[in-house]
Design a protein around this ligand. Structure first.
Ligand code: ADP
Ligand code: MG
Length: 477
């Protein structure tokens, strides 16, 4: 064969290797992030050329590129490396299709949507977008179980409850707009917001839109992609009451934050009610723009404190009563004593007990409780802290403790770090964002990926699984 021919053969086989690797990378990514997220952010990526060891991936807009880089950049790179030695780095670039230059005139700066990004009639993406955009009510459905009646009031939440009641009775009143509810995970923020919503809908001719910060962002992006941002804004600004749950999700999402800020101002100026929840007080939400934080804290700020034993017991009593299954007082005291982290877990424990009693047809006793909830209670017996986990893991793999939060990505430190995140998720009741913060302020998606990655590796590699199990046992004992 001649030299040029040989080269061609080599190139084409490298190309097909790359394409095959790309398919695997995409499949893995899809299974990690889920179908919806994948379609929203990642489906649009087009494989570009390989330059030295750097693979170029094209994104149809700057906005999407920045988003994908921020959220998935690290993960994309490690998946690629894992799949083929040909690729060591990933470069994300914007490439607009030729037809986009005819349809859009706003050039580099705007959020123009290239033709290729506007889905064809038959793709699943179209259905998704149409579904969202044609839905006139922006509101996510309210959970009918989350009412004021089913909310148990005690010292830690009485102020937040009173504020919620007040806003449900008289929305947009002076001093209560916006209403900002904050507190730790599983303490009843979402419950109270849904209760306000249901109450308002029940009592008056009020349009209510409830959505999570995440959903807000998702809708906003989808509207950009389907060129219906104006419509989205109009819909948002037409509601009487707008509730955004877990607004901390908007941290670092600058465009979405900006949009939320404008919506917020437009609504408040028009005398509409805003209700927002977060895991921290407005002043502690670092990463949100100052002007937004100021506005969020400018109405009523109500804090839900950690539960007390008395509140936990009252909640258990109320829920047991509602279930219709008899649960002895002794058992409830035991649970309220043992499970202190949040109401969601407490509820979960009680539900498990009740389901078990139903299934085996025997009453709930202290003995059956201890047996049924063995693993759950064990995790609460000794409170493992993230610091402890980081120390043990660093020791085990002989790395510096500071590397748990450093930016170093070398496998020798990145892998132990991932294991520590995995253990933190499994052994503590910390949320993904909380864990991320403990590891050098990493994003919650990084933690999610670490957890998935370690689980996967444990399946593939028995000796690795053994190390992780060993660490787990040491930490638990
Ligand atoms: P958050 O939004 O603060 O994370 P949720 O509102 O989702 O917490 O509450 C978690 C679970 O605990 C829900 O099922 C909710 O009904 C329940 N819950 C929380 N606080 C109370 C309470 N005071 N009374 C009754 N149920 C509660
Ligand atoms: Mg919530």
């Amino acid at each position: 064969m001649e030299e040029t021919q040989l080269k061609e053969v080599r190139t084409s086989s490298a190309q097909s290797l790359l394409e095959a690797a790309w398919t695997r990378v995409r499949d893995k990514l899809k299974s990690e992030v889920g179908e919806v997220e994948y379609r929203t952010w990642l489906q649009q990526i087009v494989l570009g050329p390989l330059d030295e060891n750097e693979i170029v991936l094209y994104m149809p807009s700057r906005f999407l590129r920045d988003w994908v880089r921020e959220q998935y950049g690290e993960r994309l790179q490690s998946l690629w490396r894992h799949e083929t030695p040909l690729v060591q780095r990933v470069e994300l670039q914007v490439r607009k299709t030729s037809s986009s230059s005819e349809t859009s005139s706003d050039g580099e700066e705007g959020e123009s949507v290239p033709a290729q990004e506007v889905p064809q009639e038959s793709t699943p993406d179209t259905t998704l977008l149409h579904l969202q955009e044609s839905r006139n009510d922006l509101a996510a459905p309210l959970d009918p179980r989350f009412t004021f009646d089913s909310f148990v009031v005690g010292k830690p939440n009485e102020f937040a409850y009173a504020c919620a009641r007040r806003v449900a009775e008289k929305p947009s009143s002076q001093g209560f707009n916006p209403l900002f509810l904050y507190g730790g995970v599983g303490l009843g923020k979402t419950h109270l917001m849904h209760a306000i919503g249901s109450e308002l809908i029940k009592t008056g001719n009020v349009s209510v839109a409830y959505m999570s910060g995440e959903k807000f962002m998702y809708r906003f992006i989808a509207s950009i992609r389907s060129q219906s941002t104006m419509e989205f804004k109009k819909q948002l600004r037409s509601v009487d009451v707008l509730m955004i749950d877990d607004v901390q999700f908007l941290i670092g999402k600058d465009n979405t934050q900006e949009e939320f800020f404008h919506t917020f101002n437009a609504l408040v100026d028009a005398g509409r009610q805003i209700i927002v929840s977060a895991d921290k007080s407005p002043s502690d939400l670092s990463g949100l723009e100052d002007r937004l934080r100021t506005r969020l804290g400018s109405g009523m700020v109500a804090d839900i404190h950690a539960t007390t034993f008395e509140l936990r017991l009252s909640i258990l009593e109320a829920k047991a009563r509602a279930s219709g299954t008899h649960v002895p007082e002794k058992v409830m005291e035991y649970l309220a004593h043992k499970i202190t982290s949040n109401v969601r877990e407490l509820e979960g424990a009680l539900n498990r007990l009740i389901a078990h009693a139903d299934l085996v047809g025997r009453p709930v006793t202290l003995e059956s409780t201890q047996d049924v909830l063995k693993d759950m209670l064990k995790a609460h017996e000794r409170r493992v802290t993230i610091d402890e986990i980081q120390r043990k893991v660093a020791e085990h793999w002989n790395i510096r403790l500071t590397d748990m939060s450093s930016a170093r990505r070398a496998r020798a430190v990145a892998r132990p770090r991932q294991v520590a995140m995995y253990l933190a998720k499994n052994l503590t009741s910390r949320s993904l964002p909380e864990i991320g913060r403990k590891f050098g302020n990493r994003d919650h998606t990084t933690v999610m990926h670490a957890v998935a990655r370690v689980a996967e590796l444990m399946e593939q590699d028995p000796s690795f699984a053994e190390s992780v199990e060993l660490l787990k046992r040491m930490l638990e004992s």
